[in-house]
Design a protein around this ligand. Structure first.
Ligand SMILES: [Zn+2]
Ligand SMILES: [Zn+2]
Ligand SMILES: [Zn+2]
Ligand SMILES: [Zn+2]
Ligand SMILES: [Zn+2]
Ligand SMILES: [Zn+2]
Ligand SMILES: [Zn+2]
Length: 109
């Protein structure tokens, strides 16, 4: 899907560059934008061996306070992952799940 997109992404822009498979996408307002010659594509991180979407109540997050609850404006970048949204915490992909975070693999920024 090619998006209508006013902003021109570049290495100097304020958006984080995220490694995705064999390319890089820009993290833009909770979306992964892939810049191609014909426009900007919307990408979603697939659920795969590197990014499983299971429940990991045993994952101990020392990246943020144990009682931190991810959500709108929690301060962490949002990344679309499968059918849900993940939160980027120091290169870890977290999903808010009840009273804990699920750990959904690593994301290289
Ligand atoms: Zn940008
Ligand atoms: Zn964009
Ligand atoms: Zn991509
Ligand atoms: Zn869970
Ligand atoms: Zn958060
Ligand atoms: Zn996830
Ligand atoms: Zn978390």
């Amino acid at each position: 899907m090619i998006l209508a997109h006013d902003h021109v992404h570049s290495l100097d822009c304020e958006h984080k560059l995220v490694a995705h498979d064999d390319h890089h996408d820009y993290l833009h307002d909770g979306h992964l934008h892939h810049v191609t010659a014909s426009g900007v594509d919307n990408h979603v991180l697939a659920v795969d061996a590197d990014h499983p979407d299971g429940c990991t109540p045993e994952h101990f997050c020392n990246e943020h306070a144990g009682d931190h609850v991810h959500g709108d404006n929690c301060g962490h970048a949002v990344i679309p992952h499968g059918d849900h949204v993940g939160y980027l915490v120091d290169g870890h992909l977290h999903r808010a799940h009840g009273d804990h975070c699920d750990y959904h693999g690593r994301v290289t920024v």
